[in-house]
Structures are given as structure tokens and as C-alpha cells.
Design a binder for this molecule. Sequence first.
Ligand SMILES: [Ca+2]
Ligand SMILES: [Ca+2]
Ligand SMILES: [Ca+2]
Length: 182
Amino acid sequence: MVSDFRKKKYSYVFTVFFDTNKSGTIDKKDFDLAKEQIAKLRGWKSGEPTYKILEDTLNQLWEGLQGADANKDGEVSVDEWVGVWDSYAKNPSGAPEWQSLYARFVFQLEDGSNDGSIDGEEFSTVLASFGGDKAEAVEAFKKLAGGKSSISWAEFEKLFIEYFTAEDASAPGNFLFGKTSY
Ligand SMILES: [Ca+2]
Ligand SMILES: [Ca+2]
Ligand SMILES: [Ca+2]
């Protein structure tokens, strides 16, 4: 049984970051659109190595995510999505590879300066590019980082697990996707 709180968190990531064309389900088209959005944000052009890495990573994520398509209709519905993250919450270390790939992908995407840590500006810029509220993301980062100016990959990794597993509304990981309340 998935609690309402976790369901809201999972659904938020579904709607804002995965269902990029807002069709109500996730399929390959969402990944193609995400690729264009991210490439535009970073100024990466088709044919450049950075663009190729982005493309390969998104393809790997989509490939992995298809394991969530329980009824094999080529799309991942909200219910199917909630199901995979509920399984993740039960055993994060035994989760399918794409879920940890996704954590690394978000970290690297947000670390725009590529210095191994994410600061509030980097965080809020990326979240706003996906349609999130920038001011809210700045506030969320403060809670996420516990008052520090940046977070490392080791910290991010723990916060990522916390986002998808925590039932406690005050856990810092809840702020990982730039929202201050659910
Ligand atoms: Ca979609
Ligand atoms: Ca499906
Ligand atoms: Ca950085």
C-alpha cells in the first residue's frame, strides 16, 4: 500500500520531469522532448559529444523504464510509475539499474559547473527549465542542503533515496525536486 504522501511525490516527478509533453503517460516522445529541452538549456548541439552523451543516457533511461510498463502497451501510466517507485522504496539498493542511473543523471545535469557539487542557483535553474517555480526551488534547496551552500554527490545520493522512501514530511530529501510541500 503506497501512502498518499509518497504517491504525491512520485506523481510530481512523473508529471513535471517525465511526462514532458503532458499527455498523461510516459513514452519515447517524452524523452525526445526532454532531450531538446536539456540541450537548449545547456546550449548543446546535435553532433556534439555532450549531446550524444545526453542522448545515450536518455535512451538508457527509457529502455530501463520500459520494465515499468506492466501491461506492455508501450506507455508508462501513473499507476505503473507509482508501482515501480513503491518497489524501489521497499529495497532501494536492489532497484533496477535505471533508477540509480536516473539519480546520477539528475545530479550531473544540475551540476552545471561540473565541480562535483550542486548549489542553489544550479539547482533552481534546472528545475525551472522543466517548468518548476524558480523561487520555490530556491527555498526547497535551503531545506534540502540544511543551510549549506552546496550538496555533494554522496549527499545527493542519500537525499534521492530519501525522496522516494520517506514518509516523514520533514525529511530533507522531500525537497529534492524543488517543491517545498506536497
Ligand atoms: Ca507523455
Ligand atoms: Ca503501460
Ligand atoms: Ca556545481
